[in-house]
Every structure is written in C-alpha cells, then in structure tokens.
Design a protein around this ligand. Structure first.
Ligand code: T1G
Length: 716
C-alpha cells in the first residue's frame, strides 16, 4: 500500500470540449470506490476546478471502476471513531454534498454498478440520475444493517425525491433496488446501456443547462397524498415506529434514530433534519452495537479471502446433489445459476416434488423482476433430475444431503466413488456425524469433507466447511471457492462431534429442556432469549429444526461430552417416541394455526407437551437467569472449540454463531460478547451457576485464563 502522498487523487476532473466536466471517482488501490476522509479533500478540489472553469456549463459524476459506482463511506475508518468524530466526519460530507446540490451548473450522476450508502447519497445530491439497465446496478441505503444511519443527507433527500411512503421502508430495511424498480420509484430519471452511460449523462447535463430537459415530476400515490398532510404524516411515521419496535424489540437503536431524523426534516425542514442526522450518526457509530455490526460486515468480506493460501480450486462445471429433500433442493436452488446441477434421488416422486418447488422459486423471482425470463430458462436448463448414479460422472463436486444415518452415508460415498474422478470432491451436509467416520473405508478419503448448510438454504448465509486430518488442501480450496460462488459466508472448522455450530447449539437447546423439566414456561423462556436478541426462542427453534433431529444430536453429543458434566434431558427422546417431531408433523411444542393469505397466525403453546416435563404447573424463572443458563453455555462451548482447535480463530466463531445460529448480531458474536462484558464477568456468572446448577457450568480453561489476564479475543 503506497503512502497517501504518492497516491493519485480519488477524483479527477476531465474537461470535455462540449462544455461538460466529468468528475471521475477512482479510489486508489481499492476494487470499489469508497468515501474515505481523504476523498473529501479530493472532491472539494475537483469541485473547485469545475465551478471555477467558465468553459464548463454542466457536470457528470461517474466511476472509473469497471462495475461499481460508489460502495459508500469507508467502513474500515468507522471502527475507530467516537461519537464526536463521527458527527464531524458526516458534517463535512454534508458540506460537500450541499455544494453539489446548490451548484448553479447542473450535475448528473451516471450510475453503473452498485450505488450504496454514501454512494447513493452522492447521487441524490445531483440534479438528475442516469442508471444502466444492468443486473450489477443496485441502489440502496444499507446503513441500518450496519447499525448506523445514512449520514450524508439520505434521510432527507430520499423522502424528498421518492416520497415518504416509499422512502421509509427503503431506509428502514436497507433493501437494494435494481435499475428498473429505481426508475419506477423516481429514484433515477433515465435508463441506458452501461457502455455509453457517460455520454448519455453528459447530454442530459447540457440539456438541463440549456433548460431543454426537466426532471419528470413523480406521480403522487395515495400514500403520498396522505403524507402531505400533518396528521397523515404523523400516522405513517407512528406506524413505522410501532413496526420497528415490534420487529427489533427495541434492541437496535439505528432504525429509531432514522425515524427521528426523518421526523425532524418533515416537521422542521431540511436543515433541522440534516442536523439530527449528523448527531444521530455520531451517536450510532460511537455505540458498541454500531461497531459490532460494522465489524461483522468487515469480517464477512475478510473471510472471503480465507482460501488465498490454498492451492487453486477446481472449477465446478457439474455439481452432483444426492437427496432431493428440503436441504438437497435448497442447495440446488443456490447452485443452478452457476453450473449444471445433477439432483439425484431414489424415486421420480421425490424428484418431482423438488422440481416443482424449484420451478416455483424461479417463477416467483421472475415475477418480482429479480430474474429475466431468459435467465430463468437458463437456470432451469442447468437442472438434471436423475435416479441413476452414473449421471454423477464428470461432477467435480458432489454434496450428499440424505438422512442422518452413518451406514447410509458410507454406502452413498462408496457408490459415488465408483463413478467419480479421483480428483472430484465429496461433501456431506450432515449437521453432526463426524466426517472422519463417514470417510472410513473410502477409496480417496482425501477428497472427503463436510459442507454444512443451514435451513432454509437460500436464506441462511452461513456455510460451515469441515475438514478431517485427511482432507486435501485442493478439496478444501474447491469447496470454499464454490461456497463463496453460492453467495455464502464460509467458515472452515476441524472435524469432531457437532463440528462448531451444532456443538455450541446443543448445550443451548439442552439447557432449555432442563429448564422445562424444572418447571419453566415455554413462552416465557422463548421470550427471554428473544429479548436478549436471538431471532427465535430455543423451543420454537427445536420445533423448526425437528425434535427428532434435536434428540438425535443430544444423544450423540451427550455421549461425546458426558465426562464434562453435560446433562441431557431424556424428555426429547420420549417426545420422539410419542410421535412428536415438531412443526414438520404438526406435533410439537407449539400449535401452528393454518396460514391465511400466506401469513402464518400466532402460534400457541401445545399444553400436552408439559406432560413430558412434570405436568402443566409452571413456575417463573428470572429472564436474566434463563438467558445466562443458555447463552453462557453456548459462549463457553464456543471458546472451548477455539481452545481445542476446532475453530481456527475467534472471527470465524463469531460469524458461525451469528449467521448460522442467530447469536445476537449487535453483540458481534460470542467472542466479541466476551470482549464487551469482560471474560471476568462471564467467568463469575458461570461460577455462580455452577454452584446452583452443576459442573456443566464450569468455565473452560481458556476463558479462565482470559479472565485472569484481562485478555480479549479481538484486538480492535
Ligand atoms: N468501506 C470499506 N471497504 C469496503 C467497502 C466500504 N463501504 N465496501 C467494500 N469494501 C472493500 C471490502 O472490504 C473489500 O476489501 C473490497 O472492498 C471488495 O469488497 C455516510 C454511513 C460493494 C457490493 O454497506 O456491499 O456509506 O477485502 O469483497 O463481493 O451514509 O463490498 O479487498 O481489502 O465485498 O464485489 C454503506 C458495503 C457504507 C456497502 C462489493 N455501504 N460493500 O462486493 O467485493 S455506510 C455498504 C458491499 C455509508 C454514509 C454511510 C460490497 C460491494 P478487501 P467485496 P464484492
């Protein structure tokens, strides 16, 4: 990385003979344009040149990067900021963009590729926006997902441009808009092809300067008319606030701050809104929750490079998937855009069901405009449905997703090895069976590893890749590269009972069972963990995953870790014997009312299950105790996985727990949580529980050492 003085400016001004000045964004030494503090100086200088030059009548903001406009503010810079520094940074951003907005010479944004966060705010300050009709072009204000808010005018300019009703969900969810949708919303004014976009923008800029082009006013919607009245506006903002509190349980300050900014601007004008934004941004970027979410994003991009030290991956042009059940079908859904997918199962019936669901998924995406008809047909034509193992020939990667039976998986591997090239990778999607045991007897154990996806596969971002001490680096490299291509965040862990994710989830769910045995109430228990920040309570989670799966894992892992005082409630096994598998057979801890208009009604506790936990009489437990008993067991087991080398580093541990198991993202994950509250505090709370609940709350050696020496898992 050369030092700043040697680097070329991040923005340069090109003066065209037609009187248009092109301001080219080109962040040095970065694949994407990012708005760092250095950017401000360069932008101001370029604007000075543009404004001062009488030969220039209009301007265009464009990116010199191949496929991205601007990816927003420099998130790496945010990590070290306190509240005052955060406010100062965005106040300078406001000053710059106010210059753009106030420029007497019209400035047009030429948007090809992503325009995210501050990148979209730069475009919002312009007088006209031209975008390329290309799948790479995506516009969004994703700041809320990072625990902050749009700090460069977005909370004011977006509602002004597309109306309050359309802007609220866009800013409160951070959802991305493709070009056609952006045009429909009035977020951009004109679509064109990527190639000539700068010339099209230049022409528009000159027409604006000559007054021969005006932005077409957006046709107000009924909600816009409602929002145009004081009472209507308060109603809309009030509803939005209720919605945010219901969804976030008040655990995420950013969306509430966003509403404060919008309200201030709507009620007292742009300047008041802008000031609220600058203060709000500072408060959020200085807060531990904002920092944890920004570090989570940086960890997710960082882990993409995890395979750099490995041999080059084999390109996968043909993927085999064994088992067309819910998981197999989901893996096909995230792979069929990449290459040929051979989905194999025993019977045409099970293949037919998967085919129907995959086709319905494609149709839904075409209907939502996220997929063209052409692209839909292309992906469908990549699917091969087969009952013949011979069709696996030529696959560079095969993933099995059949029932969790060791003997069955070994047989499947043997059958596949009979037709696969020795350099083809065989992966198991088992969630707990040790990979080494599946590979016993394999002709080429070096090609065997685990690729543990999470349900539902298209939605869950994590892929846990498990290696045995025999797995070859080329096999790992191939699986890792393919997981990233599927859009997954991949962590690599060592083989062992339950690997990392299932191993830390088992004591968490196991403790919930023990609490029910001690008389805890199902709803109170689930509510306590959701109030702590988990998206789903442990009992509802067990109903979703399957009580049979939970009982299976509890038995296997219980045996593996019994010597450490792991205590397993026999109730789950008894429930399974009595036919309770959870939501999948509508016989579980909750009763789920039938869906109405695609919406599922409020579930009710199934009182029958209390018969397996000492009867209907329940007693209340302090929420904090229930949270500690479950969350601290998960945290302790996570640290133990690092101690034993199952995990390579704390970053992967945090990613795995958040993206795979829903550990509260605003804590940063189990390791950052320990850093946040202090290892000494965690050890003290565990020691207290050990005296009342038993040895399973013995803090692991690494945690005790961290507490003794005041160490942290993360330097930043
Ligand atoms: N800041 C710093 N680095 C960034 C960055 C950013 N905003 N975006 C990307 N990078 C780096 C990334 O770390 C990696 O670096 C390299 O670029 C390639 O990224 C004031 C407050 C743009 C869609 O949330 O979604 O603006 O590892 O591997 O898969 O209101 O990155 O090579 O050293 O991800 O092609 C809002 C975040 C900021 C967008 C590209 N912006 N970025 O994806 O490549 S908040 C975002 C992305 C803000 C203002 C506020 C993606 C991408 P390295 P990559 P990719």
């Amino acid at each position: 990385m050369s030092n700043l003085t040697e680097q070329p400016p991040a923005i340069r001004l090109e003066k065209r003979p037609d009187g248009v000045g092109i301001l080219w964004f080109d962040t040095p030494e970065s694949p994407v344009n990012i708005l760092s503090s250095r950017f401000f100086g360069d932008f101001a200088a370029a604007l000075d040149g543009f404004e001062a030059d009488p030969s220039l009548r209009a301007g265009v903001l464009a990116s010199a990067k191949p496929d991205s406009f601007i990816a927003g503010a420099d998130l790496k810079q945010f990590v070290g900021l306190d509240a005052a520094q955060g406010t100062a940074l965005v106040t300078e951003g406001h000053r710059l963009l106010d210059r753009v907005a106030a420029s007497r010479k019209p400035i047009v944004a030429a948007i090809h590729g992503v325009a995210l966060g501050g990148g979209l705010e730069v475009a919002l300050a312009c007088h006209y926006r031209v975008a390329s009709e290309d799948p790479k072009t995506q516009l969004a204000l994703p700041e809320v997902q990072l625990g902050v808010l749009p700090g460069a005018g977005g909370t004011q300019r977006l509602p002004a441009l597309i109306g309050l009703a359309a802007a609220l969900p866009a800013i409160l969810t951070g959802s991305r808009f493709k070009a056609r949708k952006a045009l429909k919303l009035g977020l951009v004014d004109h679509l064109t092809s990527p190639r000539g976009i700068v010339d099209v923008a230049a022409r528009a800029a000159l027409q604006l300067a000559e007054g021969t082009l005006r932005r077409k006013p957006r046709k107000p919607t009924p909600l816009d008319r409602l929002a145009a009245t004081g009472p209507g506006r308060s109603f809309i903002l009030g509803q939005a606030r209720k919605d945010v509190l219901r969804k976030t349980r008040g655990l995420y300050p950013a969306p509430l701050r966003i509403l404060d900014c919008i309200e201030a601007g709507q009620a007292r004008g742009f300047r008041a809104g802008a000031t609220a934004e600058q203060q709000g941004f500072g408060a959020l970027v200085g807060d531990s929750k904002g920092k944890a979410l920004i570090k989570l994003f940086l960890a997710m991009t960082d882990v993409k490079k995890a395979g750099e030290h490995l041999p080059p991956p084999r390109r996968v042009s043909r993927l085999g998937i064994l088992g067309a059940g819910f998981m197999g079908e989901g893996i096909a859904a995230v792979s069929m855009s990449q290459n040929t997918v051979v989905l194999k199962d025993l019977t045409p019936a099970s293949l037919g069901k998967a085919a129907k669901n995959l086709d319905a998924g494609l149709a839904k995406r075409e209907k939502s405009g996220s997929l063209t008809r052409l692209e839909r047909d292309r992906q469908w034509s990549n699917l091969v449905f087969s009952t013949d193992t011979q069709d696996l020939a030529g696959c560079e990667l095969v993933i099995e997703a059949v029932f969790e039976k060791l003997e069955l998986k070994r047989q499947i591997l043997a059958d596949a090895e009979a037709v696969l090239h020795p350099q083809a990778v065989f992966a198991s999607n088992t969630s707990a069976l040790p990979i080494g045991r599946i590979a016993e007897g394999a002709k080429h154990p070096e090609r065997v590893l685990g690729m543990h996806y999470f349900s539902p596969v298209p939605k869950m971002p994590l892929l846990e890749i498990i290696v045995t001490d025999q797995t070859a680096d080329w096999a790992l490299s191939t699986a890792l590269a393919y997981g990233v291509k599927q859009g997954k965040t991949c962590i690599v862990v060592k083989d062992g009972p339950g690997f990392y994710t299932t191993r830390i989830l088992a004591p968490f769910v196991g403790e919930a069972m023990l609490l029910l045995e001690e008389g805890a109430d199902i709803e109170a228990l689930d509510k306590a963990l959701k109030d702590f920040g988990f998206p789903v309570g442990p009992i509802a989670l067990l109903d979703e995953v399957g009580i049979d799966v939970g009982a299976h894992i509890a038995r296997d892992l219980g045996a593996a870790f019994a010597e450490r005082g792991w205590k397993t409630s026999p109730a789950a096994a008894k429930l399974v014997d009595a036919g309770y598998c959870g939501r999948k057979n509508a016989k579980g801890f909750y009763i789920y009312p039938p869906e109405k208009k695609g919406k599922s009604g409020k579930k009710q506790v199934n009182p029958e299950v209390y018969g397996f936990f000492g009867g209907p009489a329940r007693k209340s437990f302090p929420a904090a105790e229930m949270v500690d008993r479950l969350a601290l067991l998960m945290v302790n087991e996570a640290v133990r996985c690092l101690e034993e080398g199952i995990l390579g580093n704390a970053r992967d541990g945090d990613l795995g727990a958040i993206l795979g198991l829903g550990f509260p993202p605003f804590t940063g994950g189990p390791f950052r949580y320990v850093d946040l509250v202090g290892a000494a505090d965690v050890v003290a709370r565990m020691e207290r529980l050990k005296t009342t609940c038993g040895d399973r709350f013995t803090p692991c050696a690494m945690l005790v050492e961290m507490a003794r020496e005041g160490k942290r898992f993360h330097e930043d």
